[in-house]
Design a protein around this ligand. Structure first.
Ligand SMILES: NC(=O)c1ccc[n+]([C@@H]2O[C@H](COP(=O)([O-])OP(=O)(O)OC[C@H]3O[C@@H](n4cnc5c(N)ncnc54)[C@H](O)[C@@H]3O)[C@@H](O)[C@H]2O)c1
Length: 260
């Protein structure tokens, strides 16, 4: 059964990793998919052709979703080609997510918050605007992290942004009461984001040996694990889940001390 037939989905930061996996998975379920990224290269074109093989529309919307100007230009381009947005997945992240406490300067802090918090908020606001003005239901999904539950050294700025997202979706859920729009987070554990050489969703997994002592699943996760959770929250299956965070971490946090 296809759960997202004819729905229009925008995924930020979807050139590789989890975002790319979500794009392919939702296309397999009938969604027309717009992928955003700050990078445009031949990998984007390959992703578009993989998506199109499902008989759905695929489009690329280049832009920096850490600024409101960038967000608006991505949305203008997406709405121009898809007419409406049914699902927004806020997923983009830059590679240097770890930064020691004393090396975290104003530039790094602002870069983290601008992309992972401000960007996710204003993209959600623009998506909700489109949904309300067009009169359609909608789903907003933000990628949080296990780092929002536990503190590990050198992840303070990232973890702070990711924890704030969990509060943010509660606020959005409340603010959009009666609009048939849900807002939720997914908090992944350690997910391999290596690009596969073929058309698969998943690339090479992490070495399972490294997870034996701290993840009950005794292995790392894959983009398809997160994409399945996005499918649940963005389809009718998850229609009554709102303002929540779904941990998809193989039990990592369940088996640790939680500090909130
Ligand atoms: N991989 C993991 O183990 C893991 C764990 C927990 C949470 N997450 C979260 O899942 C999401 C995806 O992670 P991933 O590991 O697949 O990332 P990734 O690094 O594989 O891909 C991120 C993509 O975002 C793009 N990007 C960076 N800055 C951008 C910007 N300003 N505007 C638009 N695009 C931009 C990059 O070019 C890249 O293609 C992130 O929000 C991340 O924090 C990942």
């Amino acid at each position: 059964m296809k759960y997202l037939e004819g729905k229009n989905v925008l995924i930020t930061g979807a050139r590789k990793g989890i975002g790319r996996g979500i794009a392919i998975k939702l296309a397999e379920h009938g969604a027309n998919v717009g992928i955003n990224d700050i990078v445009e290269d031949e990998i984007i074109n390959k992703n578009l052709s993989i998506i199109e093989k499902n008989g759905v529309k695929a489009s690329f919307h280049k832009g920096d979703v850490s600024t409101i100007t960038g967000i608006n230009s991505v949305f203008d381009s997406f709405i121009n080609s898809h007419k409406q947005i049914d699902v927004l997945v806020n997923n983009a992240i830059f590679p240097d997510q770890q930064c020691s406490f004393f090396e975290t300067d104003e530039t790094y802090w602002d870069r983290m918050m601008n992309l992972s918090l401000k960007g996710y908020f204003f993209a959600s606001q623009r998506a909700a605007h489109e949904m309300v003005n067009n009169g359609n239901d909608g789903r907003i999904i933000c990628l949080s992290s296990v780092h929002s539950y536990v503190a590990m050294p050198n992840w303070t700025a990232y973890g702070t942004a990711k924890m704030a997202l969990r509060r943010m979706v509660k606020g959005i859920a409340a603010d959009l009461s009666g609009k048939n729009i849900t807002a939720n987070c997914i908090a992944p554990g350690a997910i391999s984001n290596r690009l596969p050489e073929d058309n698969s969703i998943d690339g090479a997994p992490h070495n399972a040996e490294n997870f034996k002592n701290f993840v009950p699943a005794e292995k790392g996760g894959l983009p398809s694990d997160i994409a399945n959770a996005v499918l649940y929250l963005s389809s009718e299956l998850g229609q009554y889940v709102n303002g929540e965070t779904l941990l998809v971490d193989g039990g990592m946090i369940a088996s640790r001390k939680i500090h909130d």
